[in-house]
Design a protein around this ligand. Sequence first.
Ligand code: HEM
Length: 353
Amino acid sequence: MELTILLLLALLTGLWVLLARGRPKAHGRLPPGPRPLPFLGNLLQMDRKGLLKSFLRFQQKYGDVFTVYLGPRPVVIICGTEAIREALVDQAEAFSGRAKIAVIDPIVHGYDVVFATGERWKALRRFSLATTRDFGMGKRSVEERIQEEAQCLVEELRKTPGALQDPVFYFHSITANICSIVFGKRFDYRDPEFLRLLDLFFQSFVLISSLSSQVFELYPSFLKYFPGSHRQIYKNLQEINVFIGRSVEKHRETLDPNAPQDFIDCYLLRMEKDKSDPQSHFDHQNLIMSVLSLFFAGTETTSTTLRYGFLLMLKYPHIAVFPLMNWRRKWQPTAVFLPGESCGQRSLVGCCQ
Ligand code: HEM
């Protein structure tokens, strides 16, 4: 009995401490917004059908710029083209920072081109832009890589004429291969290492977008002590980083300073050039994280765009046929199905030869 009372007291004290710690601090200069509750912020005022609806409701009441508390964390929302233009274009420098994503922060730690801020971000961005542009226009252009990859895809599709195909795997593979401008080589669609890499990438994306990761985003300092998707994401990204580390070592062995072959080669040369500069942002950690980010930023976005493009072409076939006819090539129908479609509903898309 005494133990139960003690436990209850401990629980209540814990809850009280949490509420007291979670009480939103007074942020005098933040834009107006709905009144937050301690620990929960404005969560109870949010529409369960999606945040967007709630934000539009708040916009009507508080104007184009307002503050909502997602848990204890204040978030300033900017709505409407004028307000967005004013912030992101007219005051681009002030708004150039990027918020942390709690589930990946333990891996990223502010390194890399996507999540770095300030001078580090500027240096890495300038370098990444120049390097990827060089490879686009240089010896082995991106267009050539795309053509080579398209050819490999067509050959792969030819192996299973008329058979049911899930194009998602191919979209992942081809975009990862095109983005392999960072690694300098394409991978075979059946290479076990490549398949593992893709699996880790896309599994992590699903986990990062999951409900449990979104809840983690609200209370990371508390939930990090418990099991959950954040731990799996950490493990996955670590494994990818080990792969990138191995690739960097191979690049070191084969590096020809007069003929850098890819992003990693260029980065290693820059590290060498900057080695006596203690202020340089070009170190090993930033290299690993920048490669991870470029690969992440490039593959998911491009493969999702392709997936939606295909989906729209399947929905509106008269639009799909038009560009194919314009290419004046032979059009061979191939059965495919997209996520959410059952095999019975499969659709036909063209395979250009
Ligand atoms: C259809 C394809 C793509 C879409 C829709 C897309 C979309 C975006 C968006 C919305 C951002 C955020 C911009 C911002 O916060 O200012 C972004 C940033 C970024 N993207 Fe893409 N992207 C695509 C392809 C790629 C590719 C192929 C790469 C590289 C191989 C790439 C690398 C990056 C990087 C490095 C950033 C961060 C830039 C920075 O913080 O300075 N993206 N992308």
